[in-house]
Design a protein around this ligand. Structure first.
Ligand SMILES: *Cc1c(COP(=O)(O)O)cnc(C)c1O
Length: 425
């Protein structure tokens, strides 16, 4: 074949079969490579393209960023422990052989764990808020403090969610100060219009200085249901699943159980942020209100599948069994600095530095968790990402930091070989 004649797409695609990609994708790579320049180098370009296609797929990574809930890395790591050779009892009652409800297991266990009468699980906390507003306040008003009209990462804005739900916003107070009287007069002035009060946790920002806000316990008694969207925080402030109780950096975060005890009629929270589990949103509280949410047509559109419900069931059992060690997020969050130092010493003592890990997930702004890492001069993140499995690190002050708090101990060996590959130890 003359060197300037384009190779055949099919022949080129077949020559890349060793990459393991399906043939149609190799044909795409071959086509692009041939269309894109010198025929003599088409094969190398096609191999490059196939390589980057392969690396584009979802894959496991070692999270060495020190960000416990890294939204770009799927927030929390969670085991599925689901046997994919078998079916599941998703909507089947084993004792009667009749149809069951998918909302019977994980949601009931989570309700038990936070002291709620009932709960349902939806796709994420954004859907939980949407469903609550649609089911309880469609065509009516929802009262929210101006200091809580939040935007969560990814474009979740309370006023926009309100519009989508068919409820309208009744704003009260000011950005920095809202008093109980503001709520009381708004509810009274609305006549029958106010369907509920929505209290929103300021998970990702703080208001400091001349401030005043109203807690859930004050809001009850105004004659309308109080819904607390806590998003992140704790299932129970006592953290019975941790031998030493809540770590200091979490004290003061809202907790589902205590928010319900304070009188909230419903709480909504995130399965990945608050529980350290799979992406999910939980609506828990008064049985009649949960039932109204479950009966709304949107509930069908927002329901999770068996994979998520199964993982949440295992997670809820671990919480109820007070077994924090079974929950990767809590295992990592509570590792001692001494333990991390031992691991760093075993990997590369000369590179060991003190670091600060963070909770992440758009929660607890400004909160840092003492940690230990390995420090490399310069930005070495590209090389670290190129390994198998890829290692994701962070760069600070012209150095690359590998924080051990978010790395599973089994992956210390992966860090070791990555450092060898980069000639760094
Ligand atoms: C994060 C958060 C949400 C959205 O939760 P997702 O599970 O990410 O959809 C809603 N409300 C609050 C207060 C949050 O912190």
């Amino acid at each position: 074949m003359a060197p300037d004649r384009p190779p055949s797409v099919d022949r080129l695609a077949r020559s890349l079969a060793d990459t393991g990609l399906p043939h149609p994708l190799l044909v795409d790579a071959a086509r692009l490579a041939i269309a894109d320049g010198d025929p003599a180098t088409a094969e190398a370009r096609a191999r490059d393209l196939a390589g980057s296609m392969g690396r584009h797929f979802l894959t496991d990574v070692v999270n060495a960023t020190g960000v416990l809930l890294h939204t770009n890395l799927g927030r929390a790591p969670w085991g599925t422990a689901v046997d994919d050779t078998r079916y599941s009892t998703l909507e089947f009652d084993l004792s009667t052989g009749d149809r069951g409800s998918r909302q019977d297991r994980a949601p009931a266990l989570l309700a038990r764990a936070c002291g709620a009468e009932a709960a349902i699980v939806v796709n994420n906390c954004a859907s939980a808020v949407l469903l609550v507003l649609a089911a309880l306040a469609e065509g009516r008003g929802a009262v929210v403090s101006r200091g809580e009209l939040v935007e969560i990462g990814g474009g979740f804005r309370i006023p926009d969610v309100m519009t989508q739900s068919g409820a309208h916003l009744i704003e009260v107070g000011t950005t920095n100060r809202t008093r109980i009287g503001d709520f009381a007069s708004a509810v009274a002035a609305s006549g029958d219009d106010a369907a509920l009060i929505l209290n929103v946790h300021r998970s990702n920002y703080r208001i400091e200085g001349f401030t005043e806000s109203v807690g859930v316990s004050e809001l009850v008694g105004l004659g309308v249901p109080v819904v607390a969207d806590i998003g992140s925080g704790l299932l129970d402030a006592a953290c019975q699943w941790l031998a030493d109780g809540p770590p200091p950096w979490l004290v003061g975060e809202p907790a589902a159980r205590q928010t319900l005890e304070a009188g909230a009629d419903l709480v909504t929270f995130s399965g990945d942020k608050l529980l350290g589990g799979p992406q999910a949103g939980i609506i828990a509280g008064r049985a009649d209100l949960v039932a109204a949410c479950a009966a709304h047509p949107l509930a069908r559109a927002l329901r999770p599948g068996s994979l998520v419900l199964h993982a949440l069931q295992n997670l809820a059992l671990a919480y109820l069994g007070r077994d924090g060690d079974a929950i990767p997020f809590w295992r990592m969050a509570t590792l001692t600095v001494d333990h991390l130092r031992e691991r760093a010493t075993a990997i590369a003592p000369d590179l060991m530095v003190d670091t600060m890990a963070v909770p992440g997930g758009g929660t607890l702004p400004g909160v840092e968790i003492p940690s230990v890492g390995l420090r490399l001069d310069g930005d070495r993140t590209v090389g670290l990402r190129a390994g198998t499995p890829p290692v994701v690190a962070r760069v600070a002050e012209q150095a690359t930091l590998l924080d051990l708090r978010t790395v599973h101990p089994d992956d210390d060996a992966v860090l070791g070989s990555a450092l060898d590959r980069l000639g760094a130890r």
